[in-house]
Design a protein around this ligand. Structure first.
Ligand code: GAP
Length: 500
């Protein structure tokens, strides 16, 4: 099967993806993201996080958690299992409706998402300056998909002259719906009753625990439940690096509210979440809302927060007004009441829900794209390119590097002492070989905000040189002030201050 076919690290499908190539190479070279099981030529759309990647991702997840659970008194956490009772996915609509339309090319045997083939064609038309044709094509596709007219979608692909990039032919199969859930068996007996799914979203773990959380934490509507965890989707189109993966992580929050108040809370969470993205250091111009044209089966309003990736504005988070769809369906299928008694209005009801659903991997990718800087420094013969990763210091994988200028004369001992004093507070690197210039460059490439150089003068005055990543400016400071100087910059309170 094509899933195990040899892949390139880039998986570049069209020209628009090109700007991303350097960032992807950088991510691998400097220990952020590796292709999964690379020695066996990789596994499509599955990736591993390296030493600096895992730190950055953990910082991001921690920040989201703290911002949700600590800053909001009425939001609590949950960690539900990946496996859930199979009826969960019947109630949520995923068994019947979580499909992508796929089409195979009979000559190359390659499988594609029919809607993506048409979207790519529309993008190509737009690049050629034929925006009206592109819009018309997308509109027609939308209408056919809404009407579930799959043979109409196939005909549109043929009429638009779309050929398989591998075989170059338009020898297409029928378009079929392909369910994106991975299934496996639980227990030792393989029969229909033991079929189970890997969760395609973390949200359902929150819905089925709604009453457990509400009662045990004595929550009153409105309240939210936040969760971070893995989700799995058998994506047909695997490309754009960690943008679309088969195994990924979501950071989701379901906010339970009184029916009828959904638009108020929908607007509230839209603004809160946009602010959060800006507080990470993403310029406002590179963020935008995109209202859904076609609403998911569970939503009565939905918007994406999009970031301007090198390949265009794309979704990093969804905010959905899910009504009482999920709780109502779970109530019906489980025959267990999913109601809340609201003492203020003396009424029982199934709460409505506003969901904020961010992809940890997509936000990670956004931080990489936003942080990757290449600038020209120096003049004339001294002119050169300087590359660095400009992460918010609170998110940076390593906060400071301790760098004795030479590996002798007692400087390493001073460096080790500084390292030992600070290691409980910050993630640090100690390095005492190679030239100081090379060591600075290496820290720039992994986004370390501070380099601390120890020189011979340090022995006299107990002061060190701090070099700042973004400006390369250097300042002389007392060793005893290091903790407070670093702390001031890397504290997540800096981000929290932007949120309140
Ligand atoms: N519970 C609602 C839900 O899952 P979604 O729009 O399908 O909604 C939410 O997904 C977020 O999860 C997306 O905005 C994206 O950041 C992330 N996501 C979804 N599919 C993904 C994939 N295949 N790879 C990486 N991230 C993905």
């Amino acid at each position: 099967m094509y899933i195990f076919a040899t892949i390139t690290f880039y998986e570049i499908m069209n020209e628009q993806d090109f700007g991303i190539k350097e960032i992807i190479s950088h991510a691998k070279e400097y220990g952020f993201v590796f292709p999964s099981s690379e020695i066996y030529d990789g596994l499509q759309a599955v990736y591993d996080y390296g030493p600096y990647g895992v730190e950055l991702k953990n910082n991001l997840k921690n920040l989201w958690w703290q911002a949700m659970v600590k800053l909001n008194e009425n939001v609590v956490g949950l960690d539900a299992a990946i496996f859930m009772h199979p009826l969960t996915w019947k109630a949520s609509g995923h068994v019947d409706g979580f499909n992508d339309p796929m089409i195979d090319n009979k000559d190359s045997k390659k499988r594609y998402r029919a809607d993506v083939l048409l979207e790519d064609k529309a993008a190509a038309l737009a690049i050629e300056g034929k925006q009206a044709d592109a819009d018309a094509l997308l509109k027609q596709m939308g209408q056919l998909l809404s009407a579930e007219d799959l043979s109409g979608v196939r005909q549109l692909i043929i009429d638009s002259g779309i050929v398989c990039p591998i075989s170059g032919t338009s020898n297409w199969t029928e378009v079929r719906q392909f369910n994106l859930m991975f299934s496996t068996q639980i227990g030792s007996v393989a029969d229909d009753a033991s079929n189970i799914y890997l969760r395609p979203e973390t949200a359902q773990g929150i819905f089925v625990n709604f009453l457990n959380v509400q009662k045990s934490a004595r929550m009153k509507v409105p309240f939210g439940v936040a969760q971070i965890g893995k989700a799995f989707r058998n994506e047909i189109v695997a490309r754009q690096f960690i943008f679309r993966m088969r195994e990924f992580e979501q950071m989701e929050m379901q906010f339970f509210i009184r029916p009828g108040e959904e638009m108020k809370w929908y607007e509230h969470w839209k603004q809160v979440r946009l602010k959060w993205h800006k507080a990470l250091g993403i310029p406002a111009d590179n963020l935008r809302f995109h209202d859904h044209d076609k609403l998911a089966h569970y939503a009565n309003a939905a918007v994406d927060v999009e970031f301007k990736f090198p390949f265009g504005f794309k979704e990093v988070e969804g905010i959905h007004s899910r009504t009482d769809f999920d709780l109502g369906n779970h109530q019906e299928l489980s025959k267990k009441k999913m109601q809340y008694f609201d003492p203020e209005i003396n009424k029982n009801y199934v709460p409505y829900v506003i969901e904020t659903s961010a992809g940890a991997d997509r936000l990670f990718f956004m931080l990489l794209c936003n942080g990757y800087k290449q600038i020209t420094v120096g003049e004339g013969e001294n002119e050169k390119q300087r590359t660095f990763l400009k992460f918010h210091p609170a998110l940076a994988p390593v906060k400071a590097a301790i760098l004795p200028l030479v590996k002798k004369d007692g400087l390493p001992e001073i460096g080790r002492k500084i390292f030992d004093d600070l290691k409980y507070d910050f993630n640090l690197i100690y390095e005492d070989s190679q030239s100081i210039g090379k060591r600075y460059t290496r820290q720039d490439l992994i986004g370390t905000p501070f380099c601390i150089a120890i020189d011979h003068q340090t022995k006299e005055d107990e002061m060190v040189t701090i070099r700042h990543r973004d400006t390369t400016e250097q300042e002389r400071v007392k060793i005893t002030d290091l903790k407070s100087i670093i702390d001031k910059e890397v504290s997540i309170k800096n981000i929290f201050n932007e949120l309140v």
